[in-house]
Design a protein around this ligand. Structure first.
Ligand SMILES: Cc1cc2nc3c(=O)[nH]c(=O)nc-3n(C[C@H](O)[C@H](O)[C@H](O)COP(=O)(O)O)c2cc1C
Length: 200
């Protein structure tokens, strides 16, 4: 499926209600990962590592840790809007056909200078976003999630990750339901960008 790039950029949003029952072909996910490798990284080190999980038991295990982390994070709060939608995903994660875990080979230094911190995370997020855009272009919905990182150690155990690996984001991937790709609400351009002065 080929989609206009501008449309892909303007309609790739958090899609948490997926078609749970429709399997995702591994070849589709591989194609997205292949494209994600073209993202930039500091000094072109390409320390990104991706683990694509479609094994039902492993997905169930990740979903259990995700749900626990989510429940802990939002304990005692009333969930509405985005948080309520996030809860739907947390409760349904075991049903998502593929979970892609984006990692970096090598942990961030605990007291790294700002430019090192920026370079560390900036060397993985472009690849994560490229993956999500490539998925969107193929009719797959994704959401960038991080709440599970409170259970990173348990997930590392489950998947047998090396101990010098940092988990960055978990991306649930599935076919979308009709009408899923809409333009998300964003601040107007004038509020966030300006020529020769601070915006706003
Ligand atoms: C760094 C980051 C962390 C996020 N973590 C979560 C998460 O843990 N769970 C979740 O459901 N959504 C998560 N999101 C998704 C955001 O809530 C979503 O991108 C935002 O609300 C915009 O959604 P929209 O594009 O549909 O408007 C995260 C997004 C980013 C960029």
């Amino acid at each position: 499926m080929s989609t206009d790039l501008d449309e892909v950029l303007a309609t790739t949003r958090a899609i948490r209600r997926l078609d749970w029952d429709r399997p995702v072909d591994r070849a589709l996910v591989d194609a997205c990962l292949r494209l994600a490798r073209y993202a930039p990284s500091g000094m072109n080190r390409q320390r990104w590592r991706f683990v694509a999980v479609d094994d039902p038991e492993l997905r169930a295990g990740i979903a259990r840790h995700y749900r626990e982390a989510f429940t802990e994070r939002y304990a005692g709060t009333t969930l509405d809007g985005i948080a309520a939608s996030a809860r739907t995903l947390a409760e349904s994660l075991h049903r998502v056909p593929v979970l892609v875990l984006a990692c970096v080979a090598g942990r961030p230094e605990p007291s790294a200078a700002p430019e090192r911190v920026s370079s560390y995370y900036g060397s993985i997020y472009p690849a994560v976003w490229s993956f999500m855009l490539a998925a969107r272009a193929r009719g797959l919905g994704t959401t960038l999630t991080t709440v599970h990182l409170a259970r990173a150690a348990a997930i590392a155990d489950l998947l047998g990750l090396p101990c010098d690996t940092a988990q960055i984001a978990l991306i649930p991937v599935g076919h979308v339901r009709p009408g899923a790709f809409t333009t998300p609400r964003r601040l107007p351009l004038e509020a966030v960008a300006a020529w020769n002065r601070w915006p706003g």
